[in-house]
Design a protein around this ligand. Structure first.
Ligand code: DAH
Length: 344
């Protein structure tokens, strides 16, 4: 019996040592140390032994069992360590490899211009308002002193949705909406950037959808000189400190008097070049003193309040600033175009 046990020990340990996987080791454990294994068998046969021999044999059997168990534990540890090592080797990261570059997008040039102009006006105490792009006939026209059948409505071909709603043709309706919100109580100092829509055929200088920035100031004692001073400051910030502006008489139904505003050419300084078409001046916006009817219709008393307003086309400003020759570039989303406006 002693011999058998010793033999089992040698045999089991040899098998454990030769094993090459955790599963194999576990099989050996079950085979030798399990309930149906040979050692259990030997122990079961101990009843036949003499009282003297029994404890000796018991001790030996336990020792054999322990030897095998410790060989198994050692082998398991070794195999586990090897497995970890293999895993690490297969998953190594070469931290010295150059990383693939992260592509960073650029702000759209229209966004850049709008945000620059917003910053400029916020710095002068203005707030930024918004209004709906689907607008009622009332706010888009009537509240701006353009009653139904007024011939000046033809200046802006409109996309009507129903008889009374349309895609706004200008950001000016936000003037009327804002005045209503202030309930006859000035001062009002706002700008409103936004998309507008007109039934135009698209070409290099026309788009059925474009952007405007509207401005409105209503307070006591506001005069044309406040308008001129404000626009001069803005033109110089946008196009260079030595720019001049000039006002030309014009017509808009919601302002009286109305003006068109030119800035001296930033390319040639006024001598005449291709950018200013030889005139030395570039038209940048429409403006004027808010018509008393507009103030009255939206709840302001024109006897005590005056105001000025202006509206500019964002694409036009961006085209002038960046030398862009076709308005359609803004909307075709060619990445070669937009990535030129990357800023830090
Ligand atoms: N809404 C005008 C347009 O789209 C632009 C404009 C002109 C706005 C004069 C104004 C203004 O506020 O005072 O043609």
């Amino acid at each position: 019996m002693q011999e058998t046990l010793k033999q089992l020990e040698i045999e089991a340990i040899a098998k454990v040592e030769a094993a090459s996987s955790l599963k194999e080791v576990n099989d050996i454990r079950v085979q030798y140390l399990g309930k149906k294994g040979p050692i259990t068998e030997v122990l079961r046969g101990m009843g036949k032994l003499s009282a003297e021999e029994r404890p000796k044999m018991g001790a030996l059997a336990n020792e054999v069992r322990e030897q095998i168990a410790s060989a198994i534990a050692e082998k398991n540890e070794q195999l586990e360590a090897e497995e970890v090592k293999k895993k690490l080797a297969s998953q190594t990261i070469d931290v010295t490899l150059p990383a693939s570059p992260i592509k960073i997008g650029a702000r759209h040039p229209l966004t850049i211009v709008v945000e620059d102009i917003e910053d400029l006006f916020i710095g002068m105490g203005y707030t930024v308002e918004e209004g709906p792009e689907v607008e009622t006939d009332y706010y888009n026209f009537e509240a701006l002193n353009l009653p139904k059948e007024h011939p000046a409505r033809d200046m802006q071909d409109s996309f009507y949705i129903t008889e009374d709603t349309l895609m706004r043709t200008q950001t000016s309706p936000v003037q009327a909406r804002t005045l209503e919100k202030y309930k006859g109580q000035g001062p009002v100092k706002i700008i409103c950037p936004g998309k507008v829509y007109r039934r135009d055929s698209d070409d290099a200088t026309h788009s059925h959808q474009f952007m405007q920035i509207e401005g409105l100031v209503v307070d006591h004692n506001i005069s044309m000189s406040d308008l001129k001073g404000t626009l001069e400051t803005v033109a110089r910030k946008m196009f260079g400190e030595d720019r001049e502006i000039r006002l030309r008489p014009s017509f808009f139904p919601f302002t009286e008097p109305s003006v068109e505003v030119d800035v001296s050419c930033f390319k040639c300084g006024g001598k005449g070049c291709s950018v200013c078409k030889g005139t030395g001046w570039i038209e940048i916006l429409g403006a004027g003193m808010v018509h008393p009817n507009v103030l009255r219709m939206s709840g302001f008393d024109p006897e005590t309040y005056q105001g000025f307003a202006f509206g500019m086309g964002v694409e036009r400003i961006a085209m002038l600033k960046y030398g862009i020759d076709d308005i359609r570039h803004f909307y075709t989303n060619d990445i070669r175009f937009t990535k030129q406006f990357k800023q830090d």
